[in-house]
Design a protein around this ligand. Structure first.
Ligand code: SF4
Length: 247
């Protein structure tokens, strides 16, 4: 039997709004990685969607301080491979206060294993994402927010693309973190449900309420020239962050 670390906060609204500076810093990292601001990302194709997802997670985690591999649920080797494969080996220097949340390594492993057991894509990306989602699920906000995504629909698409069996099972559109933990209840003796029937449960709103929130990476108020051309990109980059690159 395993009690959840803090599933209650994971199912409610955002703990608190992200500061505007943090969002700008994270957006700057995203720009550094991809060459565009997060709000300008084109995610029409699967490959560009995957790259957007990975950049979003890395960008948010990098401003939280601490070890980037640990904050993203990757090994150092996998982080290096990911950066090489998707971002031309651009390096990220973590910023922030360096205070890492206590996370339960066993819980991360159980979430990751659940995701890995439900993979529907080939290659390393799905494997990396299983670890990344598992680690980010330990953070207190809605899962889509703590992945640095722009909106919940991106998480739904991510699950459908890389973990399709889970997407099919979540046919009641349950909040994603709560749904993942409910699957763990069935598989691993976790405890979340106080009743066997959702309609009789006092936690119904926690599981099925609308996952409203705000992106922790994409600014709400967008710079006027944010989506137009190289000059605006350079200006934004100079304003917020400077990074080094490998080679
Ligand atoms: S019984 Fe249903 S509503 Fe209640 S906690 Fe479990 S999944 Fe959520």
């Amino acid at each position: 039997m395993h009690a959840f670390l803090d599933i209650e906060t994971g199912g409610v609204a955002s703990a608190e709004p992200e500061s505007a500076r943090n969002v700008r810093d994270a957006a700057g990292v995203y720009l550094h990685l991809t060459g565009v601001l997060p709000e300008a990302a084109n995610i029409d194709g699967d490959a560009s969607f995957d790259r957007h997802i990975l950049a979003s997670i890395l960008s948010l985690a990098s401003i939280e301080g601490g070890n980037l591999a640990a904050q993203t649920g990757l090994t150092e080797a996998d982080l290096g491979d990911l950066l090489s494969h998707y971002f031309a080996a651009r390096r990220i220097e973590p910023s922030g206060d360096g205070v890492e949340n206590h996370v339960d390594a066993d819980e991360i492993e159980i979430v990751r294993d659940l995701l890995l057991a439900n993979r529907s894509s080939e290659g390393d990306c799905g494997r990396w994402l299983a670890g990344m989602i598992a680690r980010r699920a330990m953070e207190p906000n809605h899962l889509w927010e703590d992945l640095g995504l722009r909106e919940r629909s991106e998480l739904t698409r991510l699950i459908a693309r890389h973990f399709a069996p889970l997407a099919r099972r979540n046919d009641k559109n349950m909040r994603w973190k709560r749904f993942i933990y409910r699957m763990m209840c069935e598989n691993d003796g976790f405890v979340m449900c106080s009743t066997p029937v959702c309609t009789n449960c006092a936690d119904y709103e926690l599981c099925y309420g609308v996952e409203t929130g705000s992106s922790r990476v994409a600014p709400v108020a967008q710079p006027s020239a944010a989506t137009t051309g190289t000059d605006s990109v350079s200006s934004f980059e100079q304003s917020y962050v400077e990074f080094s690159t490998i080679a």
